[in-house]
Design a protein around this ligand. Structure first.
Ligand SMILES: O=P(O)(O)OC[C@H]1O[C@H](OP(=O)(O)OP(=O)(O)O)[C@H](O)[C@@H]1O
Ligand SMILES: Nc1ncnc2[nH]cnc12
Length: 380
């Protein structure tokens, strides 16, 4: 149970993704499943053939990883929080979020020094380290659970969080859960979500529109959202040199945030609105705008070319992440302005995983950029 306070207990379920493959292996080969799960020496004997079996299954079933993931999820339907261990996917949040579109999917990279790992392997026969099937690597990272820069050199993918599993005992786990996981269950986020009511069949039949800008039209809505943006994701705003945002939705939330944290804005506008010198990029239509008649082609986005950065990092703030086309264009524009990916992070108010925006960004080479959202909505 993950407890926020005595009256608010959350049901937490833990499952291992690799148990499924062990089960299938045991059925196919007659191996003893219980011993595969709990007897390390026995598991070691089977390691090679288990790995070969897994690779062959992967070759035969291209949807194997997704199927196993969904099986584990459906086995924990009553849980508030499901922790899945042993994930082998390179970029789980980017590639699997759309399968659980009503939930927030966070990927936590667990790290420990090689020495610690070796010691644990020796001491904990029958322990819960199931990475060996999946050829998982160990990646170094900072210990604050949220700094991606140190990881981007080892993998071009930024996990949602990093947990340094160097210490023994439960204290570090508890601290991590309280610092980085419980905020996602905070009632202020529920309050914010309640301001974004669904509007059926807008702007066209079949779309359940979420009026994210409506937050700013509620008494106290913008203040709540701004305060969450300020406190939820970034510890040290002094290190941020600029908040970049795109009209129209992004302007509303980014302006309030920039004012609160004392950081200047980089305003991205549609073509022809900003004086030269500018940088410019084609922008395909967003999911919502592509449903407008005469707007299938998209537009150009522009930004002043010579913005002086006060610090090294840029935070891109937008109201919505859906297909990711808008954020992709923004990132291309920032690249044209000479800002490199390591210096960028992204915050959105609401994301709609069904449209697979994170995947688009990942496949376009932006996987190393941290993307964080306050709210997650399912639906079309
Ligand atoms: O991930 P995507 O599919 O690109 O969708 C996200 C974009 O959609 C909305 O903008 P829109 O282009 O509709 O313009 P607006 O901000 O002027 O409403 C929103 O403000 C995001 O910028
Ligand atoms: N359902 C939705 N509501 C608001 N903005 C969106 N962008 C993509 N899908 C959306």
């Amino acid at each position: 149970m993950l407890a926020r306070s005595a009256d608010q207990r959350r049901k937490v379920h833990k499952a291992s993704i690799s148990d499924a493959i062990k089960r299938e292996y045991a059925t196919a080969t007659g191996a003893d499943l219980d011993r595969l799960l709990w007897d390390r020496a026995y598991k070691e004997q089977h390691r090679r053939s288990l790995t070969a079996f897994f690779k062959e299954q992967m070759r035969q079933h291209s949807w194997l990883l997704e199927k196993q993931f969904l099986n584990v999820v459906s086995g924990a339907a009553d849980a508030d929080v499901l922790v899945i261990t042993g994930m082998r996917d390179e970029a789980p949040t980017a590639t699997l979020s759309h399968l659980v579109q009503n939930s927030r999917l966070l990927d936590i990279r667990v790290t420990a020094s090689e020495k610690t790992r070796q010691t644990r392997r020796k001491c904990q026969a029958g322990d819960d380290d199931r990475h060996e099937i999946h050829d998982c690597e160990n990646h170094n990272s900072s210990d604050n659970g949220s700094d991606c820069k140190s990881n981007s050199t080892t993998l071009d993918y930024c996990p949602s969080l990093v947990f340094d599993n160097g210490a023994t005992g439960d204290e570090a786990v508890r601290r991590f859960a309280h610092t980085y996981l419980l905020p996602f269950l905070h009632r202020d986020l529920e309050r914010l979500a309640s301001m974004v009511l669904p509007v059926p069949d807008f702007p066209r039949t079949g779309i359940e529109f979420r009026h994210v800008l409506n937050i700013a039209q509620q008494q106290g809505g913008l203040a709540l959202c701004t305060s969450l943006l300020q406190t939820h994701f970034i510890n040290d705003w002094d290190k941020i040199g600029m908040v970049a945002c795109c009209e129209a939705g992004g302007f509303v939330f980014a302006s309030a945030l920039a004012q609160k944290v004392g950081v200047p804005l980089a305003l991205i506008r549609e073509a022809g609105k900003l004086p030269p010198p500018i940088v410019s990029i084609d922008k395909p239509s967003s999911h919502i705008s592509s449903s407008e008649p005469n707007n299938l082609k998209g537009k150009k986005l522009e930004m002043s070319r010579d913005l002086i950065l006060r610090g090294p990092s840029v935070v891109v703030v937008d109201d919505v992440l859906a297909t990711g086309r808008t954020l992709c264009a923004i990132l291309q524009l920032l690249a044209k302005a000479g800002i490199s990916n390591e210096d960028i992070s992204i915050i959105v108010i609401a994301e709609f995983p069904i449209h697979r925006g994170r995947e688009l960004l990942y496949r376009n080479g932006y996987g190393g950029i941290r993307i964080q959202s306050l709210l997650v909505f399912g639906g079309a």
